[in-house]
Write a protein that binds this ligand. Structure first.
Ligand code: ADP
Ligand code: MG
Length: 380
């Protein structure tokens, strides 16, 4: 059964009628630009073919109801403030709250969710959930919310209602990505540019390898990285590390006495430049040539930002040994996924090599698939 069909089935079984419509929003991978979003920097995500589907219909009694094939309990709520709905339902109640906060009146609805986006693997199932619900509420309510305002509304739901301090990357990707394109996003101005990303035409593919490594200490480590970046920016007298260019880096590093701050700063500054370089190459149609930038990004995350774990390092080195043009961890770190730029014909071979390397080390088996850049949130 497709996820659309199972979302409809979940809706009819929960609420005893057909939904008014279906809305879908994708998970994402970030091609390059990690932890740069909250430094006012650059990111370059593309939308995954895996999506979250929301089957939605009007509520008969003015309350909201939501159930998910991936959650044991349905959730109901009315007009709420942050803290009143907790757990997975907070992502949905948060979107309703954030829309109202932004001055819009979403209609009361009943929702059934199904998803192909793995939860908690760094592929942004949370933004896919928020974006599918947000798009449904906007369409069903006939709300005049311009596309460019939508990511920030979904982000406020996650930051202020759920309480997860994420940047604007995930929601922008899930809402604004286009098929066959990577989304070049300036996280300071929120300006976007759709960058051609047609791998098949170049005989290439991106293999996504989910390390399936258990996430550990993610929240604490994420908070610590943000704090280091803010501290460094304060010492350097800039608004954000985005304001330090690669040419200024040696001088900036001299002024940061602390070795940890130096490493964190070096990652952010060089990573922003790698995003710009990647965009320039893609604009010029030089897709294969981005490989070394991906690999350099991984080394920077491993050695300077210190957010990788053995499983992702092994996936990267194994993919490279199997002939990948470049490979890197994608997502916030401490587990999650790796992406490898490969010849399209070598996908199975590369996936098998990584699986064998994991088996040899006794790691939980990885899950791999070829990801083609898909569309952003939409009514189906
Ligand atoms: P990621 O966004 O990387 O997948 P997060 O921790 O940010 O990881 O978000 C995962 C959380 O989002 C889940 O624990 C759950 O609360 C919620 N979530 C996402 N998708 C769904 C879904 N389809 N059904 C229920 N809850 C979901
Ligand atoms: Mg998330």
């Amino acid at each position: 059964m497709s996820i659309s069909a199972s979302a409809v089935a979940a809706f009819t079984s929960a609420y005893g009628e057909e939904p008014a419509g279906l809305w879908a929003a994708p998970g994402r991978v970030n091609l390059i630009g990690e932890h740069t979003d909250y430094n006012d920097g650059f990111v370059l995500p593309f939308a995954l073919p895996q999506r979250t589907v929301a089957a939605v219909g009007p509520s008969p009694d003015g309350t909201f109801a939501v159930c998910s094939t991936l959650a044991p309990e349905p959730v109901t709520f009315g007009i709420t403030e942050p803290g009143e709905v907790t757990g997975w339902g907070a992502y949905v109640a948060g979107v309703v709250w954030a829309l109202r906060e932004a001055g819009f009146e979403p209609p009361a609805v009943r929702i059934a969710i199904d998803s192909e986006v793995p939860l908690g693997s760094g592929l942004s199932s949370s933004a896919a959930l928020e974006s599918s619900v947000l798009t449904a509420l906007i369409d069903l309510g006939g709300l005049d919310v311009p596309l460019e305002r939508r990511p920030a509304i979904a982000q406020r739901a996650e930051n202020l209602y759920v309480g997860a301090p994420t940047g604007i990357l995930d929601q922008s990707a899930s809402i604004r990505c286009e098929a066959g394109k990577a989304l070049f996003l300036d996280c300071r101005s929120y300006e976007i540019e759709q960058i051609p990303f047609d791998l098949a035409a170049a005989g290439l593919a991106i293999l996504v390898i989910n390390s399936n490594a258990p996430h550990q200490h993610v929240d604490g480590e994420y908070g610590a990285r943000r704090k280091s970046c803010e501290e460094s920016a304060a010492i350097l007298g800039v608004t954000a590390l985005r304001d330090v260019g690669v040419d200024d880096l040696p001088g900036a590093l001299d002024r940061l006495g602390d070795e940890v701050l130096r490493k964190r700063t070096r990652h952010i500054v060089t990573e922003n430049q790698r995003v710009l370089d990647t965009v320039a190459l893609l604009r010029a149609g030089q897709v294969r040539e981005i490989g070394p930038l991906l690999t350099a990004s991984h080394a920077s995350m491993r050695d300077d930002f210190e957010i990788t774990v053995d499983q992702v390092d092994v996936a990267v080195s194994t993919a490279l040994a199997a002939g990948a043009y470049g490979a890197r961890m994608t997502g916030g770190g401490f587990g999650g996924c790796v992406l490898a730029l490969i010849d399209a014909a070598r996908a199975d071979e590369t996936a098998a090599a990584v699986a064998a390397a994991y088996a040899e080390r006794g790691f939980t088996a990885p899950t791999s698939w070829v990801a083609v850049a898909g569309p952003g949130a939409t009514k189906l």
